[in-house]
Design a protein around this ligand. Structure first.
Ligand SMILES: [Ca+2]
Ligand SMILES: [Ca+2]
Length: 170
């Protein structure tokens, strides 16, 4: 085999490798991006909130349920009374959720005492309108959510269930 033929062979082999690598990536890109599924986003955010709640409890010795007084409560099905989490208290100074950049998945509900933005001392706003979840914490510090499943702007009696509801996100 001449040197030219060898170089040609190696070049062709390299190009084929690149093509198959590209195809492999193309057909597996959904799998690689699975964290962007509703379930991936929901559980990812829940884990972040749980970490920030844990940090807050460690640092402050109390639940992040409002600066001056508790924002409000929801009675989560199968869990019991939970406090609405103050999004500002899990945003600073611990820093897991950057100030002014609340991620998707935090709902703002008309009226007082019913969502994560309702602490009068908190000036954060949701990432956009039409979000579905309000995040709460029970007395033991475990994070749960309730969901405005029917998008009517309230958390009704049938919407007090923890977890990703009907793949609704955010
Ligand atoms: Ca509200
Ligand atoms: Ca509702």
């Amino acid at each position: 085999m001449t040197r030219t033929k060898l170089v040609l062979l190696v070049t062709i082999f390299t190009i084929l490798l690149a093509i198959f690598g590209g195809l492999y990536w193309w057909f597996n890109r959904e799998e690689f991006g699975s964290n962007h599924s509703p379930a991936g986003e929901y559980w990812g955010l829940k884990a972040v909130i749980q970490t920030e709640v844990d940090n807050y409890v460690d640092n402050q010795g109390e639940l992040p349920k409002g600066a001056a007084s508790p924002i409000g409560t929801y009675n989560v099905t199968g869990v019991g009374t939970c406090y609405i989490i103050d999004v500002c208290q899990i945003s600073t100074p611990q820093g897991g959720i950057p100030p002014q950049r609340v991620p998707d998945g935090f709902a703002k509900i008309d009226g007082d005492g019913n969502d994560n933005f309702d602490d009068p001392a908190c000036n954060l706003i949701p990432s956009s309108s039409g979000q579905h979840y309000v995040w709460v914490v029970n007395e033991e510090g475990y994070v749960y959510s309730v969901c405005d499943e029917n998008s009517d702007g309230t958390i009704g009696p049938n919407e007090l269930t923890d977890g990703l509801i009907d793949a609704i996100w955010p």
